[in-house]
Design a protein around this ligand. Structure first.
Ligand code: PEP
Ligand code: MG
Length: 755
């Protein structure tokens, strides 16, 4: 027996022929194992395929007793084969029976074989099966043989992915690749969405595995690698790292990996073994992904993710001129699947086809989530490693109500969700039916329900939801989705359009809130340690007044002859708002001199988002025409909890005593000074927290338009003064026995209030 494989490239060439021949599935698999055994001078070669029920079934064998095929099976984690499937690592043993995991399967007759080499069959990092060779001799397989068997396993991965082996399974058994997968995450935006997966970072599907000439493929790989290295170096040196949306450390790691010799060597070895350049990238990426999924150390997992991203770049570079690769286009309704993404990137998709969004990361108040919510798109987040399980075009159900996602759902589940969707639509109709009913509580307190918006298309919802106006128009969203800075004329046109659409209903524009996580692709921003507490919003606007002045000018002109309501984000000290007022005054004087018609009336408000204002409430209430509480930011700063940090997303509930005490202080002061008050953060849009706000005394709240129906349904069955009797003592209580959330849900349940 030779200890050297006879050249894996010879084997791969042979397998290419076998894959192309018009053979029955079992015959093809039998031929493959015979060829592998022959090439590797192994007495046994077996393929175990992972089924949806977590069983690894022997699908073909050269050397083991034929009666064992489709009979022998091992659970995942059981025996040597099961151990390989769990660890996604090769196992190379000179005496298999001595290994503690060895499990004796009498029907196979394998007891006479000592040497054992098994490798996982991987696709996108997932284990689909195990490929094994065995020899009687007591020997260890060489590294080159392990590498050769892993490369060969890719061919089997491809074969399993074609679905061809599914027909060999016993009735009712499905393979793991098409296994339905239910995952629990957290709900980021309510609603139900059914559609087909669109991978935000598309995974290139490599269909041509076998090379004709290894040298040519190595050349292709090297050229592509140089291009990727250069593009990363350029990105890095441009000093405009933020503009690329990537953080400097990540790029630093990228750069290091892109030049990593081990990575390059492993890919070149795979080519020498017979793969095309892209198949070689995929092979090494598969190994990395498999390790990444099993890595519990967050830092290392992140680094492996970097490798994964880099391999994707490399694949895309190769695919540019490659053969046999494709990025498939998904027809029908779309569910976007991403690790994370920016708000502007979401808007690049055709929102008409958009039915749902699944994000591995992302926190409830991140801007992509706020935009999705405004679009009425259900979002589920915090699903670790979800992306790796998804193939482009897989059917998915997003249950934003429960915070769960069903991948490749069985038909009965899909039917159940179609029914659920119908029910929801029915409920939506009920909300629409109460559209014209007043937002008045049972004890006759009138509540102003406003909507948040940021794009022209949102304005359509004003009519549909019958909100009383726009309580927050986030002007920066238009800036975020433009590829260049909107010119003053364009801004003016946009604002006029918004006011025209709103008609008689008031619109509160917010001046640009950029900086922090709201990055404009065309504006160089500084790298900051703490961007949320950095040079953002009004701070940036006052230091660089040209942008603010041009926006104010556009707003003044657009509001000619009408009322202009303007508010300022992230006010920290009262003088900031006074400076804005001065700036506006100067602009009005200038425009009047030019003969431009100015607004009929004007109101200036401050957003209360920074805790320092809590100790300037007397001054603040007198300095402004209205105050709007930005509870998303106020909460993050009061709790010292980054609103975009996924690890903190569930740690503190906004319905907690300290935060509600703060919100109460604000409402009391506003009443004392008779200053109109609104709250426009995300808590206004959830019926249960909106109920608490009304209990505290808030009479005007602004939310995403989709929330108006449910919030109105809640308040129309609420007796506010009765709730106050329960809620106010609860938030003042020093007992830790019940949480405020429990107090609220108990109250709602007891009084039949929908939430
Ligand atoms: C807020 O902070 O609550 C708010 C409404 O503003 P944004 O979410 O845009 O920061
Ligand atoms: Mg804010």
């Amino acid at each position: 027996m030779s200890s050297q494989p006879k050249g894996p490239s010879v084997l791969l060439r042979r397998l290419r022929e076998v894959m192309a021949e018009p053979l029955e599935a079992q015959k093809r698999l039998d031929t493959i194992v015979t060829d592998i055994a022959g090439n590797m001078a192994a007495e046994v070669c077996s393929v175990y395929v992972l089924r949806a029920d977590s069983i690894l079934e022997l699908y073909a064998s050269q050397g083991l007793k034929p009666g064992a095929v489709h009979v022998s099976s091992l659970r995942i984690g059981q025996g040597l084969v099961g151990t390989i499937a769990v660890s996604a690592r090769a196992l190379n043993l000179n005496n298999a029976q001595k290994h503690p995991a060895f499990e004796y399967l009498p029907e196979t007759g394998e007891e006479i074989y000592n040497a054992f080499l098994g490798v996982p069959i991987l696709r996108a990092g997932r284990v689909l099966g195990v490929l094994v060779v065995q020899n009687k001799a007591n020997r260890i397989y060489m590294d080159a043989e392990v590498e050769a068997l892993e490369t060969t396993a890719m061919v089997l991965g491809e074969l399993i992915a074609t679905g061809e082996l599914e027909q060999l399974s016993s009735k009712g058994i499905t393979l793991d690749l098409s296994r339905p997968l239910n995952m629990e995450g957290i709900s980021l935006s309510d609603g139900i969405g059914l559609g087909y997966a669109v991978l935000h970072e598309p995974r290139v599907i490599v269909t041509n595995l076998f090379n004709d000439k290894a040298e040519d493929e190595i050349d292709r790989l090297r050229q592509a690698l140089v291009k990727v290295q250069v593009s990363i170096d350029v990105m890095f040196q441009s000093g405009n790292v933020a503009a690329e949306g990537e953080h400097r450390d990540v790029l630093e790691a990228y750069r290091m990996f892109a030049h990593d010799r081990g990575w390059n060597r492993r890919m070149e070895e795979a080519i020498i073994n017979g793969l095309t350049a892209e198949a070689a990238v995929e092979k090494v990426q598969n190994d990395n992904r498999a390790r990444m999924m099993r890595q519990s150390d967050a830092y290392l997992r992140e680094r492996l993710h970097d490798f994964d991203d880099l391999a994707n770049r490399l694949l895309r570079e190769l695919v540019g001129k490659a053969h046999g690769s494709s990025i498939s286009i998904v027809e029908g309704d779309h569910i976007i699947v991403a690790r994370n993404m920016g708000a502007a990137e979401l808007l690049d998709y055709n929102t008409k086809q958009l039915r749902g969004l699944v994000l591995e990361e992302a926190a409830p108040n991140s801007h992509v989530v706020i935009v999705a919510r405004a679009l009425g798109v259900p979002v589920v987040g915090q699903l670790a490693e979800f992306v790796s399980n998804v193939e482009h075009g897989n059917p998915i159900i997003v249950d934003g109500d429960e915070g769960s996602v069903m991948l490749r759902p069985p038909l009965d589940m899909e039917n159940a969700y179609v029914e659920k969707l119908k029910f929801r639509r029915g409920r939506q109709k009920q909300f629409e039916a109460q559209r014209n009913k007043p937002a008045r509580t049972k004890d006759d307190v009138d509540i102003t329900l406003l909507m948040n918006a940021g794009l022209i298309m949102d304005l359509k919802q004003l009519e549909a939801s019958n909100a009383e106006g726009v309580g927050l128009f986030r002007t920066e969203l238009q800036f975020m989705i433009s590829s260049t800075l909107p010119r003053p004329g364009e801004q003016e046109e946009l604002y006029r359009h918004v006011l025209d659409e709103a008609g008689e209903k008031p619109v509160t524009f917010r001046t640009l809130d950029i900086g922090g996580d709201k990055v404009l692709p065309y504006l160089k921003t500084l790298q900051e340690e703490n961007p949320a507490m950095g040079w953002r919003a009004i701070r940036l606007s006052l230091d660089r007044p040209a942008l603010l002045r041009s926006q104010i000018r556009a707003l003044l002109k657009a509001s000619a002859g009408r009322n202009l309501r303007l508010m300022v984000p992230l006010v920290t000290e009262v003088w900031e708002i006074n400076q804005v007022r001065d700036l506006i005054k100067k602009e009005v004087e200038l425009q009047t001199r030019f003969g431009n018609e100015m607004p009929r009336s004007f109101e200036l408000g401050a957003m209360l988002e920074v805790p320092s204002l809590l100790w300037q409430l007397d001054e603040l209430m007198q300095a402004v025409d209205f105050v709007s509480v930005g509870s998303n930011d106020l909460f993050q700063f009061c709790m010292a909890a980054d609103r975009g940090n996924v690890n903190l997303a569930n740690r503190y509930n906004a319905m907690n005593k300290p935060f509600l005490r703060i919100l109460k202080t604000i409402v009391d002061k506003a009443q004392e000074y008779q200053t109109p008050l609104t709250l426009c953060g995300e808590i206004a849009g959830r019926p249960i927290s909106a109920m608490a706000l009304l209990g505290l005394g808030y009479k005007s709240i602004s939310m995403s338009p989709i929330a108006i129906g449910p919030v109105k349904a809640m308040l129309r069955s609420l007796d506010v003064s009765n709730l106050r009797e329960v809620l106010l003592p609860a938030i003042e209580s020093t007992s830790e026995q019940t949480t405020i959330m429990e107090v609220l849900t108990d109250y709602a349940d007891k009084h039949g209030i929908p939430y």
